[in-house]
Unconditional design. Structure first.
Length: 126
């Protein structure tokens, strides 16, 4: 099966052939086409679906138990969050960064890509 972006797609506004590229939305790299004349953009439908899934996961709240394991506490991370992150990043390690941000708030960071690394990863996908 061929990908829709493997074919020439014309801009519906000005009729020029759109060029392949990437856009970054909230840290996610999405394949896109951009019109060189008018700047109109078209996001790949599969990537748009993945972005919608990300937004739905982000808006969910999970109630999880904190358990004592040896001299530390453990919190389970829902499978659907880890599965989504692994599917999107393909570069995620099993090590995470844990930060005590504020009273009553702890964060986990699965990766810390800066803008240059995100752009490099986007170029490698093309």
């Amino acid at each position: 099966m061929t990908d829709i972006f493997d074919h020439a797609i014309l801009c519906k506004k000005c009729g020029k052939e759109m060029q392949k590229g990437n856009i970054v939305r909230k840290g996610l790299i999405l394949r896109a086409l951009e019109c060189p004349k008018c700047g109109d953009k078209l996001v790949h439908p599969i990537d748009e679906e993945k972005y919608d899934k990300y937004i739905n996961l982000k808006n969910k709240q999970y109630i999880v138990k904190m358990r004592l394991v040896g001299n530390s506490y453990a919190v389970s991370i829902p499978k659907e969050i880890v599965a989504f992150m692994r599917q999107q990043e393909k570069i995620m390690n099993d090590m995470v960064k844990l930060c005590f941000e504020d009273f009553g708030r702890v964060s986990l960071r699965f990766n810390e890509l800066n803008e240059k690394e995100i752009e490099k990863h986007a170029e490698e996908r093309n």
